[in-house]
Design a protein around this ligand. Structure first.
Ligand code: S3P
Length: 180
């Protein structure tokens, strides 16, 4: 018999590429819903006691991916959270399954240009510490888009939207999903 799909919990989960605004939107949505905001990158940094670029440098990307999968699993029994996830969390199939079980999942996307404009001054994103970050963004976005899509109940293209509009869309869609 196939594994039964675990029941959905009452959380909001934000997935999407770096610079999509997941952390800021999570804070706004958490405030509106009266939920607690949680960020898987923050959990990883707390557990490893070092910043993300040092985890990549000293332990490698796979070790970082193990830490973020563990961070996600640690939330499995929780409820009333707005969870902002690292942009690469969807790479592992087990994580995608876990994301869907965790709650109402929203994919926040942005164009390559908007993404680059939002991330270019941040130095803690090791995957973008390359000679041509815009080309890397385009490649990674194209490769990951199907994985974000597969993981999400709702897709919002944030390129031309204000933070307040995005947060309102996520909040009201989540309320609707939880009331069913
Ligand atoms: C990553 C995204 C980052 C962080 C790490 C790897 C990725 O999170 O987890 O640098 O693979 O896209 P944000 O999406 O919160 O920037």
């Amino acid at each position: 018999m196939p594994d039964p799909t675990p029941p959905r919990r009452q959380n909001v989960v934000l997935v999407g590429f770096m610079g999509a605004g997941k952390s800021s939107i999570a804070r706004l949505v958490a405030r509106s819903l009266g939920f607690e905001g949680v960020d898987t990158d923050d959990l990883v940094v707390e557990n490893a006691r070092m910043p993300i670029h040092r985890i990549f440098q000293e332990r490698g990307e796979e070790a970082f991916r193990d830490l973020e999968s563990a961070a996600l699993l640690s939330l499995a029994e929780r409820e009333n959270l707005v969870i902002s996830t690292g942009g690469g969390l969807v790479l592992r199939e087990a994580n995608r399954k876990q994301l869907r079980a965790l709650g109402f999942t929203v994919w926040l996307s942005a164009s390559v240009e908007a993404t680059y404009a939002r991330v270019r001054h941040n130095r803690d994103r090791p995957l973008l510490r390359v000679p041509d970050p815009q080309a890397t963004i385009a490649e990674l976005l194209a490769a990951r888009a199907p994985l974000y899509k597969e993981s999400a109940d709702l897709h919002i293209d944030t390129t031309n939207l204000s933070m307040d509009d995005i947060a309102y869309g996520v909040t009201e869609s989540a309320r609707h999903a939880f009331s069913r």
